[in-house]
Design a protein around this ligand. Structure first.
Ligand code: ADP
Ligand code: MG
Length: 667
């Protein structure tokens, strides 16, 4: 900024992301006040702020329970609950000099006419012209008033030239308004002006900056080196020759995409998405074999102990017969055992290591890590993902992220645009769709009867307790429910698993359920991701109204894995909020993870959608990924075109729009 700012003002501006005059110019209004027209006090519609003008008759300080300043005008009074002595003096001078007051606020009926409480106001000479444009209201922060902010923005606009960072051919192709005119219009539009084109331009530029940033990161990755892995090594060939089942067409396609990446001497960064139960695990195992065939190692990380244990079990069943050694690192291992496992990884004796994030912490050294796989990657926080990426990058390892939470198209194109994406869009054959019912909690007895009937037929069931986190109350709820159900369903073998169990006890509870030793598993959301027990065909979710859509879909994905028709019963407590009713309706009517994710995005907005774990991921100020999908597509196309026209150009554009925020997007 050219004019020196008071440090206090500068730090407040910094809070708003404003660090330069250029940032000020792009600090755009949230909305506008219309101070271009005067409204006679008698004609003001109730509840709408208006501008009135009137001579000042009298000013006095009165006590109505509290000290107040009352300014009497013609047919209207202004009432101030907080005021300074100099305000009163200014009104007194106005009376003496015949000045008038212009006040902006809502009118309320009062004794002897109308009144405004705490209006924004200023004093004017008779006949002073009204502003021709709307008054902008900017996003601001505590201690920084609109008047100050407006003045600063005005200064910025006067001093800064806003050159267009887009070449003419791009503006024409995408039908974009000129930037400078758009920005100036948005700061000061005439009443009734159409702002759609101006906003479109601004949002486009912002989305374009984001796309460029992601693309540049991707280009940089292509310059890095990684170990090229063979796509037809002996282990891989043997495994493909004796797969436990026939891969679906989608699995085959995705496998080919992955192997094609892995033979490159550059690090793969691929997101493998596929709805719950689509069969991502076997693809991960295949990729691991490519690493082992190269004489190197693969690491498979899961977000929960239960899932890591299950992966270990599956990988061992599939790959140990080929002579591949699989290490399992988990929190409950005795210290000596842990040391032994770590040593096997460090010496390269273990070809594949499976575990929770402990795999990448606690000083685990790999002899030759060539591939890092993260299952259910959306369950890891931004920081963990970043940390992991760094570890993998410093080992020059390929990376495969897997996710069963389908990411709506626009999000995939933005948040994950620096990843290549493979999608399994087909379920293994023979799956029967899960039938979903919603029952009021009062119908619990019916639900118990259903559980009895299912178990009598040799099926198994989950009972998911009504909690979101693994807090103390969660534990209590699970324990209580377990005790109740054990009593109510006497004769059935009822198991229990929750997050507070020691890892070996969790594993034992899951093993018992997996083996059919327990028939009903009372659980918290620890079973939400990944758990695969095909014989379980009934799931009851208590207080389903408290769960998010993505979570309900994930939970329900635990059933419907066998050949038998499965049923999911969502018990809800009345009264239901509108939002909860809508969520339950979506989940009852749709089994398609993508459709559910789109509905989730629509119902909650992208920030919420990503959840607090990932907020900060989306530095968009103007564009809205859900509402502006066509613009995201256009910006994506334009990013390619612009990069082809040279990187300097792109850097200028990123700098303008993301500036200090640019780093944030590295995740
Ligand atoms: P997810 O994609 O949710 O991780 P999994 O990999 O756990 O799914 O697979 C779900 C179930 O389907 C597992 O029991 C798995 O062995 C089985 N499965 C995977 N692919 C196939 C296939 N092509 N044919 C038959 N069953 C399959
Ligand atoms: Mg899985």
């Amino acid at each position: 900024m050219t004019r020196a700012l008071a440090p206090a003002t500068a730090s407040k501006l910094a809070k708003l992301g404003i660090r330069s005059r250029r940032d000020l110019v792009l600090h755009l209004p949230l909305r506008y006040d219309d101070e271009t027209r005067l409204t006679p006090p008698g004609q003001a519609p109730p509840g709408t702020p208006v501008l009135i003008e009137s001579p000042v008759r009298r000013v006095e300080v009165v006590y109505r329970g509290k000290r107040q300043m009352l300014v009497e005008c013609e047919g209207i009074a202004l009432r101030f609950l907080h005021f300074y002595p100099n305000q009163k003096q200014a009104f007194e001078r106005a009376i003496a000099h015949g000045l008038r007051v212009r006040a902006y606020g809502e009118l309320r009926p009062a004794r002897g006419g109308a009144e405004m409480i705490h209006p924004r106001y200023h004093l004017v000479a008779p006949g002073e012209p009204l502003p021709a444009t709307l008054t902008p209201v900017y996003p601001t922060t505590a201690g920084l008033g609109q008047a100050t902010l407006r003045k600063l923005v005005q200064q910025g606009l006067a001093e800064e030239s806003i050159e267009d960072t887009l070449p003419a051919f791009l503006r024409e192709r995408h039908g974009l308004a000129p930037l400078e005119a758009s920005v100036r219009l948005l700061h000061a539009p005439a009443p009734g002006a159409d702002l759609a084109e101006a906003w479109r331009r601004v949002k486009f530029d912002e989305l374009l900056a984001q796309q460029l940033q992601l693309r540049l990161a991707r280009r940089k990755r292509r310059e890095k080196l990684a170990l090229a892995l063979p796509s037809n090594g002996p282990l891989l060939r043997r495994f493909l020759g004796k797969l436990p089942f026939r891969l679906t067409r989608a699995q085959q396609r995705v496998m080919a995409e992955l192997l094609k990446d892995l033979v490159q001497p550059h690090p793969m960064q691929r997101l493998l998405q596929g709805d719950v139960g689509s069969g991502k695990t076997i693809i991960a195992a295949i990729a691991c074999l490519a690493a082992v065939d190269a004489g190197a190692q693969a690491a498979v990380m899961a977000p929960t102990e239960i899932l890591a244990e299950q992966h270990h079990r599956k990988f061992s069943a599939w790959l140990a017969p080929l002579g591949v050694r699989i290490a399992w690192l988990h929190g409950a291992l005795p210290a000596a055992e842990k040391r032994r496992v770590r040593a096997a990884i460090a010496k390269g004796e273990a070809g594949i290591a499976v575990g929770t994030q402990a795999l990448f912490q606690e000083g685990v050294e790999f002899a030759r890590l060539a591939l890092a796989i993260v299952d259910e990657q959306h369950r890891f926080g931004v920081k963990q993902r970043l940390e992991l990426r760094r570890k993998a990058e410093s080992a020059l390892a390929h990376q495969l992220m897997m996710s069963a939470t389908p990411i709506p198209r626009t999000l995939a194109m933005t948040r994950d645009a620096d990843l290549d994406v493979s999608t399994i869009d087909e379920l293994p054959p023979g799956r029967k769709p899960v039938i979903t019912h919603t029952y009021a909690a009062a119908r619990r007895a019916e639900v118990l009867a259903r559980i009895r009937a299912a178990c009598a037929e040799g099926q198994q069931a989950y009972w998911v307790c009504p909690v979101i986190d693994e807090s103390k109350e969660a534990l209590q709820a699970a324990l209580d429910t377990h005790a109740e159900l054990s009593a109510e369903l006497s004769g059935l073998r009822v198991g229990l698993v929750h997050g507070r169990l020691a890892p070996q006890d969790k594993a034992a509870a899951m093993d018992a359920f997996s083996a059919g030793a327990t028939q009903l598993l009372v659980c918290t959301t620890v079973i939400e991701v990944g758990v695969d027990v095909p014989n379980a065909s009934l799931m009851v979710i208590e207080h389903a109204e408290r769960f998010g859509l993505a979570q309900l879909h994930q939970l329900r994905g635990r059933i419907g894995r066998g050949a038998r028709a499965s049923e999911c019963v969502l018990l809800f407590q009345e009264p239901l909020s509108d939002a909860a009713r809508e969520r339950l309706k979506v989940i009852r009517e749709s089994a398609d993870g993508f459709a559910i994710a789109e509905a989730d995005l629509r119902l909650r907005g992208p920030g919420e959608f990503l959840g607090e774990r990932q907020s900060g991921d989306l530095p968009l100020r103007f564009a809205d990924l859900a509402a502006d999908e066509p613009l995201v597509l256009a910006a994506r196309a334009a990013a390619e075109e612009l990069l082809d026209a040279g990187e300097d150009f792109a850097r200028g554009h990123i700098e303008r729009w993301l500036g200090a925020r640019a780093d944030f997007h590295r995740v």
